[in-house]
Ligand binder design. Structure first.
Ligand code: HH2
Length: 278
């Protein structure tokens, strides 16, 4: 399958999507790139480091994040998309139809929608659509999430959302299990371990574990307790390791803050794939 994104699952290496949050409050890079100049410079640095896609967001999805008005979200992201889209494939990380539409007009090729509700906009604009699983909303999603079988539930949900998107006329659909969106640390680990079930749906799979709190829980030994996770600065190694696990288990792309190191890991995975006779 080689669609408008140019992604070919048989090609040598998984794609690396760099995270660029033009926000004051994202959980890892909040405030670092809130200024347009700083955001554009970071985007250019990610391109130099080998990012295949830069994912630009203007509203944090972290638990409890305050909502951002559409006009403000547009003000944050559109100049950055316009500056970078000529040099790299840009995706827009939004749940608002108006923002998605304007972002595609400004040069974005992909709508990355954590609410899985914007397939009509993707169909209308010809953009690639990422359908992500989440349980609940940012306000309540981490309040005791429960599943009978998290992998089966997430896989069934993604199959249904992807089918609706195809039916709506989306040219290319990707799916994402939504690590950390209404899931405990154990749920996230089950999804990584059994990612093959999601890959078997036949759509390119995107996975985002970068700097997320379950990695801090593993470092702190609090995976199954109420104790605090280790801070984001101590989640680099787990981010790289979990992105590598996702790629080995069939992810077509990983969404990361640490682009240079992940590109090296993706190259290793790609080299490993091509070393095995077909
Ligand atoms: N995770 C975040 C945001 N968008 N999109 C996809 N497809 N998959 C993800 O796992 C995902 C996502 C959360 O990370 P981040 O953007 O770094 O933080 P914040 O939401 O606080 O801006």
């Amino acid at each position: 399958m080689s669609g408008v994104s140019g992604h070919d699952p048989a090609a040598v290496r998984p794609l690396v999507m760099g995270v660029l949050n033009v926000t004051p409050d994202s959980f890892f890079d909040g405030g670092d790139y809130f200024d347009h100049g700083a955001a554009i410079a970071r985007g250019r640095q990610m391109i130099a480091e080998g990012a295949d896609i830069v994912d630009i967001g203007g509203e944090s999805t972290r638990p409890g994040a305050p909502p951002v008005a559409e006009g403000e979200e547009l003000r944050r992201v559109i100049p950055v998309i316009e500056a970078l889209a000529g040099d790299v494939r840009v995706s827009i990380d939004t749940t608002k139809a108006g923002v998605a539409r304007r972002a595609v007009d400004a040069g974005a090729f992909m709508v990355n929608d954590v609410s899985s509700s914007l397939h009509d906009v993707a169909a209308e604009t010809g953009a690639v659509f990422v359908a992500m699983h989440r349980k609940g909303t940012p306000a309540d999603m981490q309040a005791d999430p429960r599943y009978d079988d998290v992998v089966a539930e997430v896989t069934d949900y993604l199959a249904a959302r992807a089918a609706s998107a195809v039916e709506a006329g989306v040219v290319e659909v990707w799916v994402d299990p939504g690590i950390g969106f209404g899931k405990t640390g154990r749920h996230n680990l089950q999804l990584l371990a059994r990612l093959g079930d999601v890959v078997a749906l036949g759509y390119p799979v995107l996975v985002g574990t970068s700097r997320k709190s379950f990695l801090g829980r593993i470092v702190a030994g609090t995976l199954d307790s109420e104790g605090p996770p280790a801070p984001v600065e101590q989640r680099y190694e787990g981010s790289l390791a979990s992105a590598t696990v996702a790629m080995v288990n069939g992810a077509a792309a990983v969404r990361v803050h640490d682009v240079a190191a992940t590109v090296q890991a993706a190259t290793l995975v790609g080299s490993m794939r091509s070393a095995v006779p077909a």
